[in-house]
Design a protein around this ligand. Structure first.
Ligand code: FES
Ligand code: MG
Length: 575
């Protein structure tokens, strides 16, 4: 149990002041109808709300925030809800990842500048989770996360539909002539039929799982569907706990320790989480000063059995997962694999919290003695093509392609790919390896989810459903295939990936954690001399700042000046 630290509340620096300064801080708060006794001397709890109609997955957060407030009031605290930049994965162009770091800045500065003793972070759609945790970590006050919950199962013509995953399937079906565009449009409302984020083990569910595995949520909250009334009850409980955390001064840095990060890596392997997990966890670790590298994902995650039969790697959806017992069952199954050193927001360990879990459907959540795959985590591969590594989600790949040698078919940019991929004359067959350049952090910019390039139509029509793809981009957590991602350093910097040419032989050996470009060093040196970078054409604003300062994928793709924490102290008054 975290030791209770004595000391005055941070908010006293605002509402506890005498004279002019205290007057200003208190008087304007009163214009909202709060009498002094409601906030003076009480823990002030910020509710960091990512509600936005442009972030459909978080569209229910205004209502949900009310339940957090109820809990805060019940526990004797004073809630202040505030908005931050919200990122809707499906709407934002060119990619929400371009703005994750900007959103984290709005979170960090909003928390530090305001009189909060603790914060509740309301997270849902993919990037809303890492941006909020990164921002809060760089301030380091008590912080608790409330994941907004997944959508109910999609339902279409008697079958369940998984967010994202079935979109990629429909796209291939239309190309193969198995589905009409009218039928595909009919499926739109059938897929997204309730409030919540993607219902597959895509990036949003992966991020919800990650925050719970890190210890940042109350037990079991991350798998509750958004539409389930227990989500609201847990919002209430989260608000109550935030008040206690403020009194205990249980700062986020006491929870985000190295063992907590290792727990998160292990849990991610067990649930078959998204490859985006790697980038976000690395970025969060750097904010709290925990040493974490790509090698840790291999070292701690690669040998963990894959247990959760959810799309895109398996067959069920988040709703089924919750009814089967949810994340608590996974944590109980992992048992001794999890660290006893890491505490969660309630002061207990993951193992202590999950003692009472029961598995109600062993086809959805497999026991650790009978896993779906014995070693199914994210694997890091290295070689002359990506000296700092690339990642592949083994559970979503085709086993026969994990060891493969093939001829490269290279696309210089995403536009080049779109222009040529369905040309019947394109010299490509199912043994080839598709290579896409200039989709990394700086090169796109923003590292979009295009790494799972759709296969050429002529091969889909032949019945081919998977091929090896390599890029410095990302892929949606809802996607699948034998896809190597996050190749680092990225091609826009003139890395070896930039030098691959059509016809080069590439060898992938996932069990040996290797990827090799069969081109001599001399030849690569010659090609490097002739190489010219693409013109990025961004000369002002945030995107220029991003291109100038973003780190490479193996470092978490944060902006270099955001690494670390500035603490929570603000010494100067505003008037
Ligand atoms: Fe928001 Fe998938 S689009 S969670
Ligand atoms: Mg996504």
């Amino acid at each position: 149990m975290a030791a209770k630290e004595k000391g005055k509340l941070r908010s006293e620096e605002w509402f506890g002041k005498e004279g002019k300064d205290g007057f200003i801080y208190r008087s304007w708060i009163k214009n909202q109808g709060y009498p002094a006794h409601q906030f003076k001397g009480k823990p002030v709890i910020g509710i960091c709300n990512t509600w936005s109609e442009a972030t459909p997955c978080n569209g229910h957060f205004r209502e949900l925030a009310q339940f957090i407030k109820n809990g805060i009031y019940e526990a004797g605290g004073f809630p202040l809800e505030f908005p931050v930049m919200s990122l809707g994965e499906t709407i934002i162009r060119p990619t929400a990842m371009l703005y994750r770091n900007l959103a984290s800045m709005t979170v960090e500065e909003s928390i530090r500048a305001n009189p909060f003793d603790a914060v509740v972070l309301m997270t849902g759609c993919d990037k809303t989770t890492p941006s909020l945790v990164m921002g809060a970590a760089s301030v380091d006050i008590p912080s608790i996360v409330l994941p907004g919950g997944p959508m109910l199962n999609g339902k279409f013509r008697g079958k369940d539909l998984g967010s994202g995953t079935d979109v990629w399937k429909f796209d291939a079906d239309v190309k193969a002539g198995k589905m009409t565009l009218d039928e595909m449009e009919e499926a739109e409302a059938c897929m997204s039929r309730s409030i919540g984020h993607c219902n597959t083990m895509g990036t949003a569910s992966t991020m919800a799982t990650m925050v719970e595995a890190l210890g940042l949520t109350l037990p079991g909250v991350s798998s509750i569907p958004a539409a389930d009334s227990r989500k609201k009850m847990n919002a209430h409980m989260t608000g109550m706990r935030a008040v206690e955390m403020a009194k205990e001064n249980l700062k986020i840095s006491k929870i985000l320790t190295k063992p907590a990060f290792i727990n998160a890596i292990k849990v991610n392997s067990a649930v078959g989480g998204s490859t985006n997990f790697v980038l976000h966890l690395l970025a969060i670790a750097k904010r709290v000063g925990v040493e974490l590298s790509l090698d840790d994902f291999d070292k701690h995650g690669a040998k963990i059995p894959f247990l959760l039969n959810l799309m895109p790697s398996g067959k069920y959806l988040m709703e089924d997962y919750y009814y089967a017992g949810g994340i608590q069952v996974i944590l109980k199954e992992l048992g001794h694999h999890l660290s006893e050193e890491a505490i969660t927001v309630n002061g207990k360990t993951l193992t202590e919290n999950s003692q009472k879990a029961r598995n109600w459907n062993t086809d959805v959540i497999r026991p650790i003695t009978d896993p779906i795959i014995k070693e199914g985590g994210i694997t890091v591969v290295k070689g002359n093509l990506c000296t700092e590594g690339a990642v592949i989600k083994v559970s979503a790949a085709t086993p026969s392609l994990l060891k493969h040698k093939g001829r490269a078919v290279v696309f210089e940019t995403i536009e080049d790919y779109h222009e040529r991929i369905d040309n019947p004359d394109l010299d490509i067959d199912e043994h080839c390896i598709m290579v896409l350049k200039n989709v990394g952090p700086k090169g796109y910019p923003g590292m979009p989810e295009v790494g799972n390039m759709a296969l050429p139509q002529k091969l889909i029509q032949k019945g081919i459903s998977d091929m090896i793809r390599i890029s410095d981009g990302r892929m949606s957590g809802t996607a699948y295939g034998t896809v190597f991602l996050h190749a680092s350093p990225e091609s826009a910097l003139g890395s070896p990936l930039a030098l691959v040419e059509n016809g080069d032989i590439i060898e992938c050996d996932v069990p040996a954690k290797k990827i090799h470009l069969h081109v001599s060093d001399e030849e690569l040196a010659k090609r490097r001399e002739k190489w010219t970078p693409i013109d990025l054409e961004f000369n002002r604003g945030y995107i220029k700042l991003y291109i100038d300062t973003v780190n490479q994928a193996h470092e978490g793709a944060d902006l270099d000046f955001l690494i670390g924490s500035s603490g929570s102290i603000v010494n100067r008054e505003s008037h």
